[in-house]
Design a protein around this ligand. Sequence first.
Ligand SMILES: *Cc1c(COP(=O)(O)O)cnc(C)c1O
Length: 403
Amino acid sequence: MIGGSNLPNAQGYYGEFGGRFVPETIIPALDELLHAYEEAMADPAFHAELAHLQQTYVGRPTPLTYAKRLSDHLGGARIYLKREDLAHTGAHKINNALGQALLAKRMGKRRVIAETGAGQHGVASATASALLGLECHVYMGSVDMARQRPNVFRMKLMGAEVLAVDSGSKTLKDAINEAMRDWVTNVRTTFYLLGSALGPHPYPMIVRDFQSVIGVEARRQILEATGQLPDVCLACVGGGSNAIGLFHAFRDDESVELIGVEAGGLGTHTDKHAARFANMDISRPGILHGTRSFIMQDEDGQIRETHSISAGLDYPSIGPEHAYLRASERAYYTSATDEEALAAFRTLSELEGIIPALESAHAIAEVIKRAPTMSKDSILLVNLSGRGDKDLDTVIRVLGDKL
Ligand SMILES: *Cc1c(COP(=O)(O)O)cnc(C)c1O
């Protein structure tokens, strides 16, 4: 079931995190979105259309795969992979993009805007817009466009307009600023399709609910396959959408440990990482892009440059519900370094014939550390958020002759 949680509260807070920190001009648009969302959630026809497209277009339910050779190799917990890599476009992002695009259509907004860093959310937005006949404009920093050319072409092929952003560092945060500006100006005709469990209320809730299909399916599938709940659910955390999508269905299962894995980059003792929960000297609660959460910032509140080998985890803030789950000790967060993720990338490829996204490889890195410490009758469920084809250039550059 989508929805059904008692958080956020009416003001959009998860404990002391979340909320709405936006210019006055955007408040009516957020209210309109919330209202339309609540109406859609109460309408069986909306659920039916979404379920139909999830099944016939996205390819849901995605399978749950028992990773036997990896489990045997590590000699501890039985490891199950939730296969979001097999969803159309090769990652979980389509779940949210499709849900929000349907909402845009329902609201009568034919123009969709999005921002993207690595291009994955731009591709998902362009895909869903093409499917539903919506006009799609994607803001992208010009530096990111040069780094992610294949995704720029994918978006254009699907009829989206990619708008180069040349201000600031010409990367994601500048693209977000431009998208916000566009939304303020064109709010009557335009739907802002936000890509992770971030931003002002109600976005973190909407994204969570559209991604919760991951956990709902996985919970049913693991019970079918093993007759028991997992001991541990594990996922990588960028903005936090695939992780919250997995965790949400298990939040009331007290026996299930929830673990998020952030990008440890060159190590959390350095400042070259994106582990927002790892080092309180360089990360603390603050406000970024409309929401209150943990943010990598310096003493003066300037946002820090982050680093990760995986573009999807390389973001200075984290979804507010994760900050809450951590504060309430319902979930636990750790990190994997670039090197550990690369090793996990190779291990999963060799032992299971599955090349994971570098983001997902961070989750696998934690599996490699943790599974051997668990008993043989325990179960570890890990979300494989995406496939690794998009990362081959990066991996070849780093590993080169070692392959
Ligand atoms: C974008 C992305 C992520 C990180 O985003 P979340 O919102 O934290 O899920 C993880 N994995 C893949 C494959 C991605 O494309």
